[in-house]
Ligand binder design. Sequence first.
Ligand code: GLY
Length: 269
Amino acid sequence: MATVRIDQKRRALVRAVPDTYTDALSRYFGTGPTSIENARLTHSKYVEILESNGVEVTILPSDNNHPDCIFVEDQAIVIDGHVLLPVAGHESRRGEQPPIAEFLANSLEGHQIYSMHSPAMMDGGDILRLGDLFFVGRSTRTNDKGIQELKELLDRLGHELRVIDIPSHALHLTSIASAPSDNLILVPEGYISLEAFGDLPNGCELLVMPEKEVYGCNTIGLENNKVIIAEGYPVVKSKLEERGFETITLDMSEIRAADGSLTCCSIFY
Ligand code: GLY
């Protein structure tokens, strides 16, 4: 999930699909990736969609030692130009971070970069931003010490953080929820308590989707009321269109197979 507001989505970092992608982790909703060619095709369409919507995209080279390296969202948390480098929640993914950190340090000159230290751990995929309000999933990848370090940064920036418990059968908060705009959160029935989101700011809404469309709840909101959604989730699509969004659909099957969703594949900065 992007940790930037919709109006801050001007630049995105992505990472090319490695030759080892079929070894990527798939322990939640993924069935295991089978086609690197299809994953590359999806990835290039993803980049095309971002670029054709005015986002400047940089593609970092892949790293064959890290089959999950396309899921850059987990490796750096960019908030208002500041960067928190988390300790990834899965040990096999910890070596993905250095080139991402180096790229962001060079691109966000003058801003602070904070490094989290073990035993704190967090995946960027556990963070959801709704305007200037933040939510973090306490999950198998994000622990209380990690949440405390995120809170310290958000306190300095004047933003509130609310913690949401993620059931152990779900990967991240953003595997099951997203904010297609700065005043709307999509969330499926049956995964998390809606009360956990607390009172939302005036004009903001939780839009509850059928449980079977949980994967479709991960979306990328862009400027001009556009939103990228995964193909195959008709209720998500129609409910967003009813609310005036223009949806852009992408077949995510080969990314989903590695427990990846739309937001996992980019960092807006
Ligand atoms: N395959 C994505 C992850 O488990 O982190």
